[in-house]
Design a protein around this ligand. Structure first.
Ligand code: NDP
Ligand code: 8X3
Length: 250
C-alpha cells in the first residue's frame, strides 16, 4: 500500500529535500508551506498524481483546521507527519530582542507544531500506526548567545516529543525528534531578515550539514522496522562542536 507523508515547510531546505527523497521512494506527499509558487513547482517536479499541495500558515489555527479538513480522501491515512516548518528570527541578546520576533517563533515553532499534531494524531491512533517526526535543533539542548527564544522553542519540541511518546504508549504510533546543528538552507537568510551577505558569513569557511544530509536521516528514521522508535537524533557537521564555559572577569 502506498504510504503518505505530510511535510510542513516543504518549500525550502530540509522539507523540500525530504519531499524529493520520499517521492523517489514511492511515497505520496502532502506538501505544506506559505509560498504557493514553490508548492506548485514542487507538484510539477515531483508528479501531480502522488502530490497534494496545501498553502497555509501553520501558526494560524483556523488555516490548519481548514487544511486538514480538505485533505483529499486518498491522502487522509497519514503515515508520517513531519513537523518541520519553523524559523529563527534575529540573534540579538534577550535584552534587545524584538518581542514580535519572539512571538512569531513561538507561534510557528510551538503552536504550529501543536495544531498539526493534535489534528492528525487521532487518525494515526485509530489506524494503530503512524509516526510524528519533529524538527528540533541542537539549540534546544545547548545554549548560545542570541539563541534565547529560538532555543527555548526547540527545547519545547524536545520535551513535547518525549511526552507524546508517553501518551502514545501502546498505540503503535512512533515519535522522533531530529536535532540538527549548523545546516545551510534558507534558515540564516530568514534569521537575518533577508540579508544574504550576513547569512553567507555564517557558513563561510565551513562544511555545514546540507538539506540532503537531514532528509536522508529523516528517511532512515522513518524506514526502521515498526517496532523500532528513534527517540531523538542529534547531528552536527564535523566542523561544529562546543565552546568552553564563558567566564566574565572583572
Ligand atoms: P528554511 O528557511 O530553508 O525552511 C523553512 C520552511 O518553513 C520553509 O519551507 C517555510 O515555508 C516554512 N515555514 C516557516 N514559517 C512558516 C509558517 N508560518 N507556516 C508555514 N510554513 C512555514 O529552513 P530549514 O529547512 O533549515 O528549517 C526547517 C526546520 O529545521 C526549522 O524548524 C528550523 O528551525 C530547523 N532547523 C534548522 C537548522 C539549520 O541550521 N538550518 C538546524 C536545526 C533545525 P514558507 O516560507 O513557504 O511558508
Ligand atoms: C538551527 C541551528 O545552531 O543556528 O537550529 O541554532 S542553530
Amino acid at each position: 500500500m502506498t504510504k503518505t507523508i505530510v511535510i510542513t515547510g516543504a518549500t525550502s531546505g530540509f522539507g523540500r529535500a525530504c519531499a524529493g527523497i520520499f517521492a523517489e521512494n514511492g511515497w505520496q506527499l502532502v506538501l505544506c508551506g506559505r509560498r504557493k509558487d514553490r508548492l506548485e513547482e514542487l507538484r510539477q517536479t515531483l508528479g501531480e498524481v502522488g502530490v497534494h499541495v496545501a498553502c497555509f500558515d501553520v501558526s494560524k489555527r483556523a488555516e490548519v483546521e481548514e487544511m486538514v479538513a480538505e485533505i483529499p480522501k486518498r491522502f487522509q491515512a497519514v503515515d508520517i507527519l513531519f513537523n518541520n516548518a519553523g524559523l529563527a528570527l534575529g540573534l540579538n541578546p534577550a535584552q534587545s530582542a524584538d518581542l514580535l520576533d519572539w512571538e512569531t517563533m513561538v507561534d510557528t515553532n510551538i503552536k504550529g507544531l501543536f495544531y498539526m499534531t493534535r489534528l492528525l494524531l487521532p487518525g494515526m491512533v485509530e489506524r494503530g500506526r503512524g509516526h510524528i517526526i519533529n524538527m528540533g535543533s541542537v539549540a534546544g539542548s545547548w545554549p548560545y548567545p542570541g539563541g534565547n527564544a529560538y532555543g527555548a522553542t526547540k527545547a519545547f519540541v524536545s520535551q513535547f516529543s518525549n511526552n507524546l511518546r508517553c501518551d502514545l504508549h501502546g498505540t503503535g504510533v512512533r515519535v522522533t525528534n531530529i536535532e540538527p546543528g549548523l545546516a545551510e538552507t534558507e534558515f540564516s537568510v530568514v534569521r537575518f531578515g533577508g540579508d544574504k551577505a550576513k547569512a553567507d558569513a555564517v557558513y563561510a569557511g565551513t562544511d555545514p550539514l546540507t538539506a540532503i544530509d537531514i532528509a536522508e536521516i529523516v528517511f532512515w528514521t522513518a524506514s526502521r522496522p515498526a517496532h523500532v522508535n528513534i527517540n531523538s537524533l542529534e547531528v552536527m557537521p564535523v566542523c561544529q562542536s562546543w565552546n568552553p564555559f564563558a567566564i566574565h572577569r572583572r
